[in-house]
Design a protein. Structure first.
Length: 137
């Protein structure tokens, strides 16, 4: 259309390139987020070291392993972790508080926590080797 008024044959391709560039710039974040979702990557706004550090400082937790954080969607983040405790019994209030802290501090709304006793005779297969198990080679 602009060619009819200006008689500049180069104007139409330039405008097309500008529009294409605007589309790429405007959708780049969505493309990257989609790729992260497809790859089950840790969302960029989550610091997994800080999340793990928080879990390790919870009273009664002596170890954290089999720790995973991933995006379930563009707005929901999930976490799974095995928490080794030195407590004799599990505390539902503590579990609820951890879930609330994860949501408020890190935006993780779907935590799944598996509690394990520190003195368990059968150490977790996903955890670190116990004193009777050799290091993996």
């Amino acid at each position: 259309m602009a060619l009819l008024f200006t008689h500049w044959p180069w104007l139409d391709p330039v405008v097309s390139l500008v529009v294409s560039a605007l589309i790429v710039v405007g959708t780049w974040g969505n493309l990257r987020e989609s790729l992260d979702l497809a790859m089950d990557a840790v969302p960029g706004r989550i610091d997994p070291v800080a999340v793990r550090g928080y879990l390790e400082t919870v009273p009664g937790v002596v170890d954290v392993h089999d720790f995973h954080v991933w995006a379930m969607s563009t707005t929901e983040i999930a976490l799974t972790a095995h928490l080794v405790t030195d407590r004799a019994t599990l505390d539902d209030e503590l579990t609820a508080r951890i879930g609330q802290d994860l949501a408020e501090r890190f935006g993780i709304a779907h935590p799944t926590l598996q509690w394990e006793g520190a003195s368990c005779a059968q150490p977790c297969r996903q955890g670190r080797p116990g004193p009777r198990e050799p290091e993996p080679r």
